[in-house]
Each structure stands twice: as C-alpha cells, then as structure tokens.
Design a protein around this ligand. Structure first.
Ligand code: GSH
Length: 204
C-alpha cells in the first residue's frame, strides 16, 4: 500500500496522514507536487481522474481516492483504535459531523481559496472575487455555529477523538493558512483546537 500525498498545507492528504498516525500505521508516501502540476500528469490522472491528492494505491494497483473513503478502507483494515465510532449511534454521529464539517466549513474555506486568494488566481480562471470574499463571512458563521455546538464536550462528535476532529482540524488549519482566522471570541473552538493540536498525530 502507498499513499500519493501532498505535504502541508494541503488539507486533504493531511487527514489521511493523521488518520494513519492515530492508528500507529506507517505507509510509504509518494509526494505529488501540486505547484509543479504533477497532480494533472497522465500518470496521476490514471490513479485519480479528478487529478487530486490523496490517493491510496493498494498492492494489486487499485487506487482509492476521496479522503474519507480512504480512511473508511483503512478503518476496516486497521480497526483499532476505532475512529469512525463504535456503536451504531456513535457511527451515525461521526458521519453526521464529517459531512457537516465538509459542507459547512470546508466548502466556504475552499470557495474563498479558489475565488478570493491570489495564490490560485493563475489556475482558477475566472476568479469570482465577490463570491470568494463572501465565503469569509460564511466560514466565520459556521465556526460560530460549531462553537455553540461543541460547548460542554471535548471533541467534535462527542466525548471521544474521531475522524470528525481530524477533518475539522485540517480545515481550520488550512483556513488559517489562507487568512481565515478563528475569531477571538470563539472560546470553545479555540480550546478544542489547542486540545487536538496537542496530539502527536497533528504533526503527521
Ligand atoms: N474531495 C477530495 C478533495 C481532494 C482535494 O481537493 N485535494 C487537493 C489537495 S488538498 C487537490 O488535489 N487539489 C488540486 C485540484 O483540485 O486540482 C478528497 O476529499 O480527497
């Protein structure tokens, strides 16, 4: 098994690296340099026709893309510690939070990145700047909602660390890197961020 990876600050491959680190599993990494366009090479498009990272390649050559799908596969192969929840209820709540984070936090951060950030101006043509900028407010609104939701609990989906925390951390850190900061007043999100950033896997 090997992981086609892109180093920090790329948020999606980081999710898989953190997931593997939490499992205590090490997989060879093959870096795909987005800045050099390697993700759109014929070689990489054969692995993932969308030309994105991460991709997990299995021994028989099968390639899995989509971060959460990769993690689901890894959860089946390396079940301990479980990161998608144990009971039916826990699994549903973890799934709910992964989807909520992807739609309500990652989508606005991604739209801001693609349409308002100077770094992507050469590849996203045309950039719709007003639309991009509007996503800053949408992202902050979602963070405020998250702050209220996680009041009184240590982790995004409940009392235990799960993939929902991994998805949220990679999103919040990427957003910070592109200039979308966590507002000062969001004490619950800030405390959660310090808690999960302190885990060894956060540096993976
Ligand atoms: N839905 C995909 C998103 C993957 C993605 O957007 N990866 C970024 C790197 S973090 C990428 O490859 N961007 C280049 C592009 O989309 O062309 C997933 O969850 O894996």
């Amino acid at each position: 098994m090997k992981l086609y990876n892109t180093p920090m600050p790329a948020p999606n491959p980081r999710r898989v690296r953190m997931f593997l680190a939490e499992k205590g599993v090490s997989v060879p990494l093959v870096d795909v340099a987005l800045v050099k366009g390697e993700h759109k090479s014929a070689e990489h498009l054969a692995r993932n026709s969308l030309g994105q990272t991460p991709v997990l390649e299995l021994e028989d050559g099968t390639c899995i893309s989509e971060t959460v799908s990769i993690c689901r596969y890894l959860e089946s192969v390396f079940p301990e510690p479980d990161l998608f929840g144990e009971t039916a209820l826990e699994q549903a709540l973890v799934d709910m939070w992964v989807r909520r984070v992807e739609f309500h936090l990652m989508s606005p951060a991604g739209n801001y990145w693609r349409h308002a950030h100077p770094f992507t101006a050469k590849v996203v043509v045309p950039q719709y700047k007003d639309f991009g900028e509007a996503n800053r407010g949408a992202y902050e609104k979602s963070l405020g909602w998250l702050d209220r939701e996680i009041a009184g609990r240590n982790f995004v989906a409940g009392a235990r660390f799960t993939i929902a925390d991994i998805c949220t951390l990679s999103t919040v850190d990427f957003a910070d890197w592109i200039g979308l900061k966590v507002p000062e007043g969001l004490a619950n999100v800030r405390a959660w961020h310090a808690r999960v950033s302190g885990r060894a896997s956060a540096g993976a």
